[in-house]
Structures are given as structure tokens and as C-alpha cells.
Write a protein that binds this ligand. Sequence first.
Ligand code: HEC
Length: 495
Amino acid sequence: MRHSVVAACILFAPVIACSSSDPSGSGPTPPIGAGGTISGGAAGVGQSGSISGNGFGGGTAGGGNGTSGGSNTSGNGGTGSTGGNASGLPCDVAAVLQARCQTCHGAMPLFGAPMPLVTYADTQAPSRTNASRKVWQAMSTRVHDPTSPMPPRSQPSLTTAELAALDAWFGAGAPSSMEACGAGGGGGSDGGGGSVDPNAGVGPQYLPCTPTHVLTAHASGSMTAKYPVPNPTSDSYVCFNFKSPFKAGEQATAFAPIIGDARVIHHWILYGTNSNLTDGSISNNCQIASVADTHITGWAPGGNNTVLDDDVGLVLDYAFFQLQIHYNNQQYADGADASGVAFCTTQTPRQNAAGIVTLGTMLFSIPANANDFAVNSTCSNLASDGKTAMTVIGTSPHMHLLGTGFRTTHTRGGMDMGNLSDVPLGTWSFDNQKHYVVNPRRQVMPGDTLKTTCYYDNPTSSAVSFGTRTRDEMCFDFITVYPYSAATKNCSSFF
Ligand code: HEC
């Protein structure tokens, strides 16, 4: 599988203006994801020109808007801004917020972020979760919060220098500043023409194939109308249930996330299930339909397209699919969503028919007040016939909120063959359940042992055990293997 990695802004640029100017007159909003880090040309997207200088000046924002990605239309360079500092923030703080926070906390907050972090006034407003504190005080907590850090774990962490700039400002009581930030933004350079590179962006339009099936959020009673996202809601888990649209033997060759209302969607996970669900039904506060459900793919900000190698097709032999979406919508009355996933499929089976096998266990209990408590399970019969060599091409570790780290090791006669999955302690994020490509592909021979270890912190005063609700726990590694026909569907102490 190949994955492309691009900044979140690029994908949404056509939908949510990356270059909107701030109507409050407090200065232009720097284009999301701009700031010179992403070159429209290099990314082959052509949506935003690279920006030299910060667009904090009182003038017009730098930053070009290229038109269409994927076509060969070039973007135009933007107009340079003049000097000055209309944000009211010290320049180093403004620069960190622009580069590291405004992807989500822009003038129009995205991905469920509850407030903008653009101007000084934004930082002095009351925090939405605790009105007795100001936003900057909540910022000072969250940038050091080990369990739910900002930026979230789906994004790279702040550098020491970025953290130091923020901490110095918090330490001084978050004062305003009229400091002039450099000479103002230079004009954005031209966005290059988008080349036809399937890895250039995220979304169905960047797949090297035309999607044949989509599974998306929708309104009750209509598969095509958008889902009206309740407001205000901070943690709404909604499941959209679908009868499988795939024919017997049809294989997926690629899939891509569809991001509908980027303002309110936090993340989603697609499960395959053989439990009987009603096609088109919607369940609120949903939990997965059955413990035997399989995690197929997921998306969180920064997530990407999946394109399988030419010899591999993914078997999707489930009767039903369940798209579980987490919404955060504290402020948009008109939230309406059609997020989901688009699949390209083939009815001509590819050489290697791969499928998803579940490793892990349901037999565990995490004691109260536990720290990095380890839950182990072992799979020693990946091939159900005990003799077929299996090939692993991907893994998707799955735990819930208490997870801290995750590992699946692979040994042959006591010899370490290298980890199949490895999420280091302290880096697990429930909101960002990634699929990892195993590259080079890994051969698992009969007799080899795959040992899955899940690590948890349990800060509560009662034990937490396996269950399907978000507040219960899970310990699964959903691995993609071929030949799927010879695979044990659930390996190890699953039931
Ligand atoms: C990928 C998107 C994303 C990025 C980038 C991001 N945030 Fe957030 N932020 C969110 C979401 C979603 C929430 C609401 C859920 C939560 O609180 O975790 C949030 C909540 C917050 C809150 C809590 C607000 C309150 O009133 O309690 C603070 C403070 C915050 N973010 C600060 C920051 C800072 C500072 C940065 C940059 C250093 C940042 N965030 C980067 C998405 C993001």
C-alpha cells in the first residue's frame, strides 16, 4: 500500500477558503497550512502558493490561491502584506499559533475545534469548557496535557522552541503586543500546476481510479441528504449503517476519505460486520454492533488515501458496514455532513486476495489506578490449515481511551523477526487510529508467534474491562493478510 501525506489544509482548500480575510478588521487570516511550509507546486496540488513572511500585517494577505488540483492550472501568487501587527499578539506567539494551531483553530474553526486562535482577543475570551478561565489559560494547560495534548496527537508535537515561546508568554500573563512582525508577508509565490500524482492529495479526487462505491453520513430517511449535525454537542458518536454494496468476490483496490463538513467532523472509523443492521439507519451514541466487528479504515485530520499495490485486492466479505463518526459541534447551527469513504473496486480478482484478521483478546480487566498495565495475547496459527505461509501487508491497532501504547511482536523459534505494530508508550491516540503499512511485506510461517500487547493507564477507581462502548476497552490488532482464504479470521484469545 502507498500512503500519501499532506497537510490537512490542502484537502479542504477548495471547500473552506484557505485565504479568507478576517471580517473583523483585525488583519488578514493567514491561509491555513501556508506559511511557506507547503509549496503548491511541489505538492502537485496548486491550491495555495507558498508564503514568504507572515500574513499578520495590516495589509492584504499574501498567499495565492491556485485553482484546481490535479489539473495543470497554475495558482496565482498573492499580494504581499504590509508590515505591522494587527493580531495584537507577540510575533513569536502569533507565528506558533498560525503554524501549529490554526489548521483547526482558524477564524472559522475546523474539525471540531471550539474556538479561533487568531487574534489577541481570541486568547482573552472565556474558555468554552470552563468560563472562569480564559482561553490562554486553557491553552497553557492543553499544550502540556499528556493525555489530550494540543495540537492533538494526529499532528506533530510542538518543538521545544515553539513550546518555549508560548510558555514565556503564558508566564507573563499573556500580554498583548503592538510589536511589528517583520516586513509583512511577501507575495505568495505561484502555486505550481497540479501534476497527476495520485499521492498528491487526500480525497477521492486524488485516487488513481474512479470510485465505484461511497459510504457516507446522511440524513435520516435519505441516503443523499446531508446529516444535520446537532449543535451544541462536544462528543457525539453517530453510526451510519449500510448493507454491503459489494458483490461477492468484488475487491477493493483503493480507498479515500471524504471530508464533508470539516468544521464539525473530528474523526471516523469504518467497521465491517456480519451483525444484522438496517440499511440506511442511524444510531446515536453508538457503540460497535458486535465484538466481532472488523476495523477497516479510519480518518483523523492528517489522514490519507490508501492505494493497494497492483497485485493486492482487499476482500470486503461483510454483510454490513458501520461508519462511526465523532462530531464536535459547539457553534455551527447549520452543520450538515456527508463525510465517509469512497472505494475503488474490481470484480476481476487480483493475484493476492487480502483480508483483515483480528489479533488480540477480550479476556482482560485493567485494575483501578493502573499505570501502563499490559494485556498480552498470542497468535500462533495465522494460517487455519497450519501450513500456508501468510503475508502481512498492514496493521491497524485498536484500543479505546485508556490506551497508552501498543505492540505486536513477531518471533520464529524464539528469534525476533521485528515488530509488526509498534505504537510507543505515551503516544497512543484514540482519536487517531492509524493504519500502518508493513513494508517490506512480512512473511509469517507456520509456527511463528505473533504476540500483541496493549498498554493502559486507568486513572479511575474501578477496573475497566473489555466492551464495545467507548468507555470500555479493547485490545485488537486488525492485520491485513493474504492469502485470506487460508487465514484464521480471529487469531489468539479472541473469544
Ligand atoms: C487537528 C486540529 C487541531 C489542532 C492543530 C489544534 N487543536 Fe486545539 N482543539 C481541537 C479540537 C477538536 C478541540 C476540542 C476537543 C478537545 O478539547 O480536545 C480543541 C480544543 C482546544 C482547547 C480547549 C478549549 C477549551 O476551552 O477548553 C484548547 C485550549 C486548544 N485546543 C488549544 C490549541 C492550541 C494552543 C493549539 C496549537 C498549539 C491547538 N489547539 C491545535 C483541534 C485542534
